[in-house]
Design a protein around this ligand. Structure first.
Ligand code: NAD
Length: 480
């Protein structure tokens, strides 16, 4: 295997900035150190903000078509180096190589999509009530933006933001998760090489996410923060942004119900469940968290799902099997707590077992008999654990599915067209997969309702959060 290549310093104003201290990035499989990355201090963060501020006037004035061409080049550069990029992601995140390859394609698709959107920033004209007036609305970029991203999709969560921001004419300072800064730095190098002007993209890796994230959120110069991560941190960011009244977009945690109604195609539901549950070893915000299965089909669905889960193989990401390790010891502890709580309260563990000691290789688990008093019902499990509950009928299934503060995605399996429309509209979520276990795509608006977030990423709506509407009332003489 060829050795990994990646930068390991902050990327600020088109240059690599070394800090006085460095922090370790580790392979989640065994904790082995794979890099020591510059730990951005306050001066580095401030330099990045200054660079974004200085680059903004020129970038915003660059025609959308020109910005789009650079985004298209960046997408092509990612595609040209899929394997190298994927290996960096697998090394620091632990996911199987084929999943990292899929992520690089998915991440590049946001640059490709927003390359087009950069050319389509439409305004409007509004009929005035007076003959001597014209009302014109244009869209303008909000200004320098901060992006704070999680470790579970280190490329895609960043490109989904960067693509939209750059298309809209904003400049950026990004803080990747402390577990996975290398993918973001690899991306910065590609951006540099394709000619994205200095200061437009700045990356500040840091070991203390709260310190650096907090500094970005509190900055007067930063006009918008886009965050993907946990609901708890999202709440802190929303509060922090109040001090400077800046725009905030939040892509937060989910607690997705996977509803299987009695008339569903069981094989299709099992196939969808395997994707919705086990992609990224269950560590995805759109992971199916609670399976709500109508009583009449519960046994058949459970048997087939259990059989499919038993076949899954857990291995080091570079060995490219079905599942990788979970990200860190805290993740293992959380899964252990959730599974132990469920079995103590009466759930049955029908597949798998908790690992001995602190191994991060968790063999997938299936629990039946999940009830509402269990942590598995209320919390995002974020691991390879299927939690199955049964519902009496459609009405109860919908009520159970909506019994959460989260509202990111819901999955619905039914062959009945009437039920598809009725239940999908009753489910409280920003996205619904109908007989479909994978909803994420650059063309569609990604985002949640309730406590799963604010705003949408991707799609033709993706640039909205990075623009302000400016309205001009223009007076002119009604007669010559
Ligand atoms: P996290 O909230 O712990 O961290 C996310 C980022 O926030 C990291 O970069 C971290 O350093 C930074 N951060 C931590 N404290 C901060 C603070 N006080 N101020 C500013 N920044 C701070 O989340 P995580 O563990 O990296 O990711 C997992 C979570 O992300 C899950 O809840 C998952 O559902 C969610 N997620 C949501 C989406 C979505 O699109 N809705 C996508 C992926 C992940």
């Amino acid at each position: 295997m060829t050795s990994l290549s990646f930068p390991s310093d902050a990327y600020v104003d088109g240059r690599w900035l070394e800090s006085k201290t460095r922090f370790s990035v580790r392979d989640p499989w065994d904790g082995a150190e794979i890099a020591k990355v510059s730990d951005a201090d306050d001066a580095t963060v401030d330099a990045a903000i200054d660079a974004a501020v200085r680059a903004f006037p020129t970038w915003r004035a660059t025609p959308g078509g020109e910005r789009g061409k650079l985004l298209a080049k960046l997408a092509a550069a990612m595609e040209a180096e899929v394997d190298r990029l994927a290996r960096v992601c697998t090394a620091e995140n632990g996911k199987p190589l084929k999943e990292s390859i899929a992520e690089v394609h998915y991440a590049a698709s946001f640059f490709a999509w927003f390359a087009g959107e950069a050319q389509r920033s439409y305004g409007e004209t509004i009929p005035a009530t007076r003959a001597d007036q014209r009302l014109v609305v244009i869209r303008e970029p909000v200004g320098p933006c901060a992006m704070i991203t999680p470790w579970n999709f280190p490329y895609a969560m960043l490109t989904r933001k960067l693509g939209a921001a750059l298309a809209a004419g904003c400049t950026t300072v990004s803080k990747p998760a402390e577990q996975t800064p290398l993918s973001a730095l690899v991306l910065a190098k590609l951006a540099h090489d394709v000619g994205i002007p200095k200061g437009v993209i700045n990356i500040v890796p840091a070991s203390d996410g709260a310190r650096v994230g907090g500094r970005l959120v509190a900055s007067r110069a930063i006009r918008k923060v886009s965050f993907t991560g946990s609901t708890e941190v999202g709440r802190a960011i929303l509060e922090g942004a109040a001090g400077t009244i800046k725009r905030v977009s939040l892509e937060l945690g989910g607690n997705a119900p996977f509803v299987v109604l009695g008339d569903a195609d069981v094989d299709a539901a099992v196939a969808g469940a395997m994707i919705a549950k086990f992609r990224n070893t269950g560590q995805s915000c759109v992971a199916a968290n609670r399976f709500v299965v109508e009583h009449s089909i519960a046994q058949a669905f459970t048997d087939k799902l259990a059989a499919a889960v038993r076949k899954l193989v857990v291995a080091r990401g570079s060995d490219d099997k079905d599942l990788g390790p979970v990200i860190d010891d805290a993740a293992v502890a959380k899964i252990r707590r959730i599974v132990t709580d469920a079995t103590a309260k009466g759930a049955k563990l029908i597949v798998g077992s908790l690992p001995e000691g602190s191994s991060r290789a968790i063999a997938p688990i299936v629990l039946t008999g999940i009830t509402r008093d269990m942590a598995a019902w209320h919390e995002e499990i974020f691991g390879p654990v299927v939690a199955l509950a049964t519902a009496r009928d459609e009405t109860q299934a919908v009520e159970m599915a909506n019994d959460t503060d989260a509202g990111l995605v819901a999955y619905l399996y039914t062959r009945d067209g009437q039920r598809q429309a009725r239940v999908a509209e009753a489910l409280e979520a920003g996205m619904i997969g109908i007989n479909e276990g994978l909803v994420s795509t650059a063309q569609a608006p990604f985002g949640g309702i309730k406590q799963s977030g604010l705003g949408r990423e991707g799609s033709r709506h993706g640039t909205d959060d990075y623009t302000n509407l400016k309205y001009m009332a223009i007076h002119h003489a009604a007669t010559p």
